[in-house]
Design a protein around this ligand. Structure first.
Ligand code: SAM
Length: 233
């Protein structure tokens, strides 16, 4: 019996959209198990024994993308950085299926996927094990009473800070002004420095950027992307 009590975690986003295509069901049936570290699952690992990242990624550096959506940025980074292992977390199964299709087409082999909540991944990541994290267009939760659901709250930032290495980079992209405000207020309180020296630093995308589906939607609807870069102290 485990003595780790499973926390109650509400997830307010969507888990499923329209029916998966036949090909997407095949990707899930054939590819997902091999790519997802079983130890993240509470039933498989009730004691929350930490993941062995060196085994998972042959000793490579490890990055983390939180809420990868359709996975375009994740696959892009994996292709550009074969010397890094990247973990992607996303509970929306249609997004996971899209990612699996992209992985097949790109032929990258340096990814691991948790088809669920990143908070379950944080439980099993060793302290100071991650070199870089991406939070790209997180759910905005625009109503004031829902701001506490945002990622940039202590419930998420405390475990994120624990698993990032000192000096690790944390990138946040958002098109929501009030999300920028909350990010700039909260993230530094959790041991990060904002690296911007002038407006160009948040207006211009990162050199290795690949625009995501949500960024494309924001641009179509006339909103301005903000690219915020933090370093863990
Ligand atoms: C607005 S979408 C952006 C998707 C993608 N990053 C993009 O830019 O197109 C936010 C995503 O974060 C995911 N998400 C929300 N909470 C999450 C959590 N606790 N763990 C992992 N992913 C989460 C949602 O399921 C959703 O797909």
């Amino acid at each position: 019996m485990s003595d780790t009590e499973r926390p109650r975690r509400n997830f307010y986003g969507r888990l499923k959209g329209k029916s998966l295509k036949k090909s997407q069901k095949t990707y899930i049936d054939e590819d997902l198990d091999a790519l997802s570290p079983g130890a993240v699952d509470w039933d498989a690992n009730p004691d929350r024994t930490p993941l062995e990242l060196d085994t998972l990624f042959d000793g490579r550096k490890v990055w983390l993308e939180i809420g990868f959506g359709g996975g375009e940025h994740l696959v892009h980074q994996a292709g550009q950085n074969p010397d890094v292992g990247i973990i992607g977390c996303e509970p929306y199964i249609n997004g996971v299926a899209m990612l699996l299709g992209k992985i097949r087409r790109a032929g990258v082999d340096n990814l691991a996927i948790h088809p669920g909540d990143v908070r379950d991944m944080f439980d099993v990541l060793p302290e100071a094990s991650i070199d870089r994290a991406f939070l790209l267009y997180p759910d905005p939760w625009p109503k004031t009473r829902h701001h506490r659901r945002r990622f940039v709250t202590p419930e998420h930032l405390e475990p994120l800070a624990r698993v990032l290495k000192p000096g690790a980079i944390f990138r946040v992209a958002t098109d929501i002004e009030d999300y920028v405000r909350q990010t700039l207020e909260q993230v530094p309180q959790h041991g990060f420095d904002w690296l911007a020296e002038g407006p160009e630093d948040w207006r211009a995308p990162w050199d290795d950027w690949l625009s995501t589906r949500y960024e494309q939607k924001a641009l179509r609807e006339g909103r301005t992307p903000h690219y915020l870069t933090f370093r863990k102290r």
